[in-house]
Unconditional design. Structure first.
Length: 293
């Protein structure tokens, strides 16, 4: 039976997953009016401004030097790598397609947690994660009727790698400081550079940018880049990086569901069946042992 503390971690992880699920649909809306490079720096500037205000209002001290390197690496992944790769991918592939590719994120997160956070998932956990990843990859190939990866898929794999490392280092840091403070310092680190780059890359046709693109930018800046990490970092610290990371197996299907009203992409019966299969692997995986040091 799952301990109460782990259940809390899973609940917070599920809430965070739902918030993150809006990232690709919102990014696809945003890149219809903004250049992906501008989108990346603008969302970082929005999140950094919010993070700076929170840290100043709450009078938080600068973290000890022993955490600076880890904070920088986490920020590089969550503030630069993930958003940029996602924006470049959404220029060429549908949000639903991207969401399914992100199905391998829990497996890569578990691998990163084993390497960098000294977690030791059991063989059963690895098997459940691998089966879940194979299901979503099969879904991706069937849905798009392709046998090879496109350039958009390569960008999505970069998104996956950045996400796995970002979640791992953020979760490791959240065990030593509040999760909201972890993401606040991450976005503040890149605020000066992001603000300058936003000014330098400011679109000449800003007046003609549709409202939907502004809405997408607002979501990825304030929610995906900042507030969603409040609950997800806490979930990683409470429930463990590998275990909570596996909840992200549900994200592809949450993204597919959002792609219908947000991007006009259809949902079919096959998607629902694949979603049920992935839910089953998550439930099985949650019963498997994950050792933490």
């Amino acid at each position: 039976m799952t301990p109460p503390r782990n259940r809390l971690g899973l609940l917070l992880g599920f809430i965070g997953m739902c918030l993150f699920a809006g990232t690709l649909p919102a990014t696809r809306l945003a890149v219809s009016g903004f250049d992906p490079w501008f989108l990346t720096v603008a969302r970082a500037a929005l999140a950094g401004s919010a993070g700076l205000i929170v840290l100043l209002v709450l009078r938080r001290r600068v973290p000890p030097r022993s955490l600076w390197l880890e904070l920088f690496v986490a920020a590089l992944c969550t503030v630069v790598g993930f958003p940029l790769f996602a924006a470049l991918a959404m220029m060429t592939v549908p949000a639903a397609h991207g969401g399914v590719v992100l199905g391998i994120l829990p497996l890569t997160t578990a691998a990163a947690a084993a390497i960098f956070a000294h977690e030791r998932p059991s063989l059963g956990f690895w098997l459940a994660s691998a089966i879940g990843a194979m299901i979503v990859l099969t879904f991706m190939l069937r849905r798009n009727a392709v046998e090879t990866f496109s350039a958009g898929d390569l960008f999505l794999l970069g998104t996956v790698a950045s996400g796995a490392l970002g979640y791992t280092f953020s979760g490791h840091l959240a065990a030593r400081m509040p999760g909201w403070e972890v993401i606040s310092w991450q976005v503040v680190i890149f605020l000066p550079l992001a603000a300058l780059a936003t000014f330098a890359l400011w679109p000449a046709n800003i007046a003609s940018v549709p409202v939907s693109s502004w809405a997408g930018l607002g979501y990825v800046g304030f929610v995906s880049q900042y507030t969603a990490f409040f609950v997800f970092n806490a979930a990683l610290a409470i429930g463990g990086i590998a275990r909570v990371g596996q909840v992200m197996l549900l994200q592809p299907f949450a993204i597919v569901a959002l792609a219908l009203p947000v991007n006009g992409e259809r949902i079919n019966v096959e998607t629902i069946l694949f979603a049920a299969a992935v839910v089953a692997t998550v439930l099985i995986g949650q019963r498997m042992r994950v050792a933490r040091r």
